[in-house]
Design a protein around this ligand. Structure first.
Ligand SMILES: [Zn+2]
Ligand SMILES: [Zn+2]
Length: 344
């Protein structure tokens, strides 16, 4: 049996074509994909030699769908269930998993090695049924649930650094992730949200997500601007949500004494930031790295993404057929689209 999929053959070489349909994995189920989000990391992976020559490959990890076939031994789910499937599958046995820090699992399944969600079907493994599959309630549009995945690491970040009432928060990077940060920070009670980017289109779009001040860091010194907006004090929390080491350095100098900085966005491999570490030392700066989310936070982010409390629909600027993924990539890169959801 054949299905359609977006197959990657090399950097920037992707084709929408027929491939073999996966079979139902033992102890798992076969998911008919109804919607899949296009993630910044997907774009980076599709356009670079992300698999070091190991092609063809199918990417995509923000998938929702309907269970089409299920192993007879699975309990708790059935054919016809509408579900959101988180790609990760931690071991549930290591020290970190036992602590609930599943994002730090020592023996996780490697979802980047498996067939991804840019396809008609995906096999969902037995190991993913331990907390990575969430039922989408009746009456909730399925495409909303695709945002649960990108929202999960943002949710995790803001919970981990406890963004709360009264905080002044700076977010460097007005991409979809930066916009999630702004919206969720506002929801958690942040008083003042300052967003920086080098793209005016993105900054303009970001204003609708709770951003109070938008700064183009190409046109003005963003550190100075933040200092001015905080009466010289600096921000309580600064999140670098962009792929540059310059952003990581700026993040530190924007903080108040005792403030908290987060390196959220990954940067190009091998790049190193130049930072005056004395500034961190003498100003009692706290610095955090953030990657992924625990399964508990994944669940909470999913609940939030499909709840009326969070304006998920505002983030989905484009819904397009999967066959138009190249167009979707362009729209995301230029900043015209915030989040594109693809429909197989
Ligand atoms: Zn993603
Ligand atoms: Zn583990």
């Amino acid at each position: 049996m054949k299905m359609k999929a977006v197959v990657m053959y090399g950097p920037n070489n992707i084709r929408y074509e027929d491939v073999e349909k996966p079979t139902c994995p033992e102890g798992g189920f076969l998911l008919k994909i109804k919607a899949v989000g296009l993630c910044g990391s997907d774009i980076r992976n599709l356009l670079t030699d992300s698999r070091k020559g190991k092609y063809p490959h199918i990417y995509g990890h923000e998938q929702v769908g309907i269970i089409e076939e299920i192993d007879k031994n699975v309990t708790g789910f059935k054919v016809g269930d509408r579900v959101y499937v988180y790609a990760g599958d931690p071991c549930m046995e290591c020290e970190f998993c036992l602590k609930g820090q599943t994002q730090n699992c020592m023996n996780p399944g490697d979802y980047l090695e498996r067939q991804g969600g840019f396809a008609d079907y995906i096999g969902v493994l037995k190991t993913q049924l331990r907390g990575s599959v969430h039922r989408i309630p009746e009456g909730v549009d399925m495409e909303l649930a695709t945002l649960a995945e990108p929202l999960s690491s943002v949710y995790s970040c803001l919970e981990n650094v406890n963004i709360s009432i009264g905080d002044t928060v700076v977010i460097l990077g007005a991409g979809p992730i930066g916009c999630f940060h702004a919206q969720l920070a506002k929801l958690r009670g942040a008083f003042k949200i300052i967003m920086t980017d080098i793209n005016d289109t993105r900054l303009d779009l970001a204003r609708q997500f709770g951003v109070d001040y938008a700064i183009n860091s190409k046109k003005e010194d963003a550190v100075d601007a933040v200092k001015k907006l905080t009466c010289g004090r600096g921000a309580d929390k600064v999140i670098s949500a962009n792929p540059t080491v310059e952003g990581q350095a700026q993040c530190i100098y924007m903080l108040k004494k005792g403030g908290t900085g987060v390196f959220f966005g990954g940067v190009q491999k091998g790049k190193t930031a130049e930072i005056d570490t004395n500034y961190i030392h003498y100003n009692n700066i706290w610095l955090f790295g953030q990657y992924g989310a625990s399964l508990d936070q994944v669940k909470k982010a999913f609940d939030l993404a499909i709840s009326p409390l969070f304006p998920t629909r505002k983030f989905i600027t484009h819904i397009m057929p999967l066959s138009q993924i190249k167009e979707a990539i362009k729209l995301t890169q230029t900043g015209e689209a915030i989040k594109v959801v693809l429909i197989p």
